[in-house]
Design a protein around this ligand. Structure first.
Ligand code: E4P
Length: 218
């Protein structure tokens, strides 16, 4: 399963990229607003794309089809790693189709149901981003939606990749792997939590303390 980092923070992207742990990055306007400051977001997008050897989702902010397509073309031209992100609205689906027909990869975002995911696949999306955490937040079953999308895409042979988004915990990631989702995008905090286990810490402490008794060096 591919791991994407859900951030626009270059330090975090480089930190995870250092050990080749991530396959790509997803951003959204809120994540960019957190870190961009006075910078032109397009400059930031270029730096992110250059820092990663994989897809980097860059989101349009227009709401009508024409504006989304115009913005999508500009975003796609930033770098070969750029994937245009459009919202799952009627205009977004139509913009997706237009952009795909021009040879761009599109990530359809803000997906909350299997029926929405079906339409994104029909519009030619390379990725569908179902937001599991936000579904859980309103007492829904986010991972159930992932199960359903996996089943529908497999039933009808859609090759749109399921990119599980709005991940809140390692449990979301583990369940995504078990379901067979194609990718998960997660905040850096969740990525590093995946590496943690109390028995690892306890075991390492014991090994180091025992080794210390030898007074030897390697
Ligand atoms: C997906 O691409 C979004 O950027 C993201 O996963 C949204 O997550 P949130 O619900 O934590 O804001």
């Amino acid at each position: 399963m591919k791991i994407f980092l859900d951030t626009a923070d270059l330090d975090e992207i480089r930190r995870a990229g250092d050990a080749n742990l991530i396959d790509g990055v997803t951003t959204n306007p809120s994540l960019v607003a957190k870190v961009a400051g006075d910078r032109d977001p397009k400059e930031l997008y270029l730096e992110i794309c250059e820092a990663v050897s994989g897809p980097v989702s860059l989101e349009v902010v227009g709401v009508d089809r024409e504006t989304m397509v115009t913005e999508g073309r500009k975003l796609a031209a930033i770098h070969e790693n750029a994937v245009v992100k459009v919202p799952l609205t009627e205009a977004g689906l139509k913009a997706c189709r237009d952009l795909v027909e021009e040879g761009n990869r599109v990530n359809v975002t803000l997906c909350f149901s299997v029926s929405q995911a079906l339409l994104a696949a029909k519009a030619g999306a390379a990725f569908i981003s179902p937001f599991v955490g936000r579904i859980d937040d309103i007492s829904g079953e986010g991972m159930q939606v992932i199960h359903q999308i996996r089943q529908v895409y497999d039933n009808y042979d859609y090759d749109t990749e399921i990119l599980v988004a709005s991940i809140r915990s390692p449990a979301h990631v583990v369940e995504s792997m078990l379901i067979g989702a194609d990718c998960c995008t997660m905040p850096p905090s969740v990525l590093w939590q995946l590496s943690k286990h109390p028995l690892t810490d306890r075991g390492l402490d014991a090994f180091l303390s025992d080794w210390g008794k030898l007074g030897a060096e390697l």
